[in-house]
Each structure stands twice: as C-alpha cells, then as structure tokens.
Write a protein that binds this ligand. Structure first.
Ligand code: SAM
Length: 273
C-alpha cells in the first residue's frame, strides 16, 4: 500500500479551511498553503512568458494550474520539474497530463469546466474514465478530498477561451508532454533544500506578490546555485506598486498595466551567472 504524503489530520484541516465556494479561509499570509485550492487555468500570458527564454532545456517552474509546465514543454524544453506549496496543484497537473493523452480536445475542456465547480471530483464521469491512468497518489487525494472544491481558483475555462491552447497546440502537447511531471511539494522559501540539479530557467511566476522584499532577495539567493551558467529566474506577477519599497534590484520589463492603477503586471528575467 502506497504511503500517503499527508495525514488524515492534514485532510481534516484542509477541509475545515475550504469553504463551500472553494475559498481558503485563512489570513492573507496563508492564502496559499499546503492544501489551498488550485487554479484551473493559468491567468498569465504563458506563451509570452515562455518565449522570453527560447533555449531553455531544463526548467523548474511553479506548478500552479499545471499550464506552466505544459507551455514550457510545448516551447521545446527537454526536462521540466515543478513545485508548489499546494498539493492541489500537483493533482490538477497530473489530471491535465493524463487527460491530454486520453482525451479529445473537446473532452479536455468539458473536463476543466466541470472540475472548476465540482465538489465531487471522483464522481465526474471523465475522471472515472481516466482513473486507470492517473497516479495512485492523485487518486487517493481525489478520494480523500471528496465533497470539497479543489480546483475552484482562477477563471472558468468557459469564459476564458483566449487562455487555452488551440487545437493545433493540443495536438502538439499530445506528442511532447510526459505522462507526469516531477512534482516537488514545497514552499518556495525551502525549495532550495529539495533540489539536486541545475536549470536553465527557474520560473517563480506570481508568488512574490505578498512577500516582503527581504524574503524575495533571500529566496533568489537560495536558488542561484541551482541555475546553470546564463540561467534565468523568471518572475511574473501583479505586484503592488510601492515606490518606497519597490522590488529588489531587478531589471523589470513591463508588459501591461492592470486595470487597477495600484497594480502592475510585469514579467522580469534575471540573468544570474
Ligand atoms: C500565486 S498563484 C497565481 C496563479 C498563476 N498566475 C497561474 O497562472 O496559475 C500560483 C501558484 O503559486 C503557488 N504558491 C503560492 N505561494 C507559494 C509559496 N510560498 N511557495 C510555493 N508555491 C506557492 C500557489 O499554490 C499557486 O498554485
């Protein structure tokens, strides 16, 4: 019997924090936590993001909705590892890679729409259909979290067609995406203690918005040893514009102002060695 990477007490705590709308009821500092619901679809411009580092072979990326890894693979990365603080991110990522190999383009979108609002993922017919191909860990978690919406974050796929792969891209994914990506379950703050190889790109997209500048600088320093020569750390996010604090010494390239003037969306590359 496979040893679960979490206890039944962990699951009870997770359930007590996810309310019936899928929101994680915790202070802002715990908004993202070990079992907080995952995004069903990325809200980032991933095509643009991955195009900034066109020769990246070995990539470590936030798992998020699972889309980040898929887009790096489509852009030609040979090896993609993923990490996330939330186990739900691992589960949506496994569901997506498995679905890509088992389902038609249309079925894939029906599945995502259904997952986004579902309280009983195990009972979704498309999930039952692909269950023989899902990793046992992922199936266990789906069953343990029965009754709770695990993928309620982000934009409903029905309302965000521009964020989805095209039919041609889906075909490409079917050819290049592995059955599963390696997933490291970790807070970015301790990620460096769990790494053993070096990457061309470490994508820390969208996770620093609520970090203090000192924490951002420390995290970047801790990850530098895991970048190859000429490797990049990629940031992307909606950051609060705080002229007093600002971001640490980063060369920022601004792509688009968000509608709210206090925030700006930036993608930043930092060449480290
Ligand atoms: C901040 S969210 C934003 C969503 C993202 N824009 C996307 O396209 O999926 C991205 C992911 O970061 C993860 N995350 C947030 N804080 C983290 C941390 N301290 N360490 C590791 N992962 C974290 C969340 O669990 C979530 O899956």
């Amino acid at each position: 019997m496979l040893q679960k990477p979490y206890s039944s007490q962990d699951i009870a705590i997770a359930k007590s924090k996810i309310n019936r709308f899928g929101f994680y009821e915790a202070p802002e500092s715990e908004f993202f936590a070990r079992f907080s619901p995952a995004y069903i679809t990325s809200n980032e411009n991933l095509k643009r993001e991955v195009s900034l580092t066109p020769n990246a072979h070995d990539v470590l990326t936030i798992a998020g909705s699972g889309d980040q890894a898929l887009y790096y693979k489509m852009a030609g990365a040979t090896h993609v590892d993923t990490f996330d603080i939330s186990y739900c991110a691992r589960v949506i990522q496994d569901i997506k890679t498995t679905a890509i190999h088992q389902m038609s383009y249309m079925e894939y979108f029906v599945l995502l729409e259904t997952l986004h609002t579902s309280y009983n993922v195990a009972k979704i017919p498309l999930i039952s259909q692909m269950s023989p191909y899902l990793p046992q860990d992922t199936l266990n978690f789906i069953n343990d979290m029965n009754g709770y919406p695990m993928f309620s974050r982000g934009i409903n796929p029905f309302f965000s067609p521009c964020l989805h792969p095209t039919r041609a891209e889906y075909k490409k994914m079917q050819l290049c995406v592995p059955a599963q990506f390696n997933f490291i379950w970790s807070d970015v703050l301790s990620l460096h203690t769990k790494l053993s190889s070096q990457y061309d790109v470490i994508n820390l997209s969208n996770i620093f918005s609520y970090f203090e500048n000192e924490q951002i600088t420390q995290t970047i320093e801790s990850l530098k040893p895991f970048l190859k020569v000429s490797g990049y750390i990629v940031f992307c996010g909606v950051y609060r514009i705080n002229p007093a604090a600002g971001l640490p010494d980063l060369k920022t390239k601004e792509y688009r102002m968000a509608p709210l003037s206090r925030y700006k969306q930036i993608i930043t590359l930092q060449k480290v060695k």
